[in-house]
Design a protein around this ligand. Sequence first.
Ligand code: FE2
Length: 308
Amino acid sequence: MGFDKNLFKIDGFEISFHKKSKRIIDIKINDEIIEKLIFPFHKFDITSLEYKPFTRFTIAKSLNEVTSGKLSSLINFIVKDREIGCFIIGPKNKNPKIDDTFLIKLSTAISHLIGLPNYDSMANKYYARFYVKHEDNSDSYLRKAYTNMDLHTDGTYVKEKTDWLLMSKLEEKNVKGGETVLLHLDDWEYLNELFSDPIGKKNFIWGSPNSKNIPYKVEHPVFTVDEKKRPGISYIDQFPEPRNMKEGIFLQNLSDSLEESKKKIIITLPVGFSVVANNHFWLHGRKQFMKNRELSRELLRIRGRFFK
Ligand SMILES: [Fe+2]
């Protein structure tokens, strides 16, 4: 790969290819860095971060400064590089100082080195935190523990561009299964077949259930191309509203071809870790959990666009 090796060397960080895929970079933060973040992170509480957007940039700057300005270059390179486009980041060791508040701040800092979060209408904040539990009465697959969440991209039903997403695991109890599933578009065996179908490049209508708090519908195609003519995808199974048999059958075929892929990467995200992916050429999903009445997982998500 044609990248600067020095980019991947930062004091206090362990940076390697993920053991499951060379398209995912594994970034572990050593204790010395965590210790250095405690003080600047204490400067603001979560309410300040929610109410005063500039404070998010202040903690992002603190994070970048403990890496002598190198973390921003590294993660921006990764998330925009077509060959890679994904990284996993988190504290190497457990530490009593790393609680949910610290992890929200760390996720905020990481995301604000990459771009601007989109307003998350589900949570009415720049981020959303939510539980997956045994019981669920919601109206989307997000919190349905015992159903696969099929491969998809985020932001299919909103007007804002969603260039990247960050998902952090804040906590988990009594969990078996529920692994993260990832697929890089260029690894997908059926890409050429589906991408060459003209229907995929025509507008579909995308709506969303009530819990998402989006009162409008949007129109966009499933497949786009970037400035270098490489395919991008914007797709989730639940939200497109096919208007005729052609659209319906195309979506069914797309859904089947994604789920049948043998190129899916299945990873167990440790508690305290975040996965950050380019939302144009990475799809993500979740395997179903094993049944347990005490099952509980708390997640945080931030999605947004790149800085101009
Ligand atoms: Fe998602």
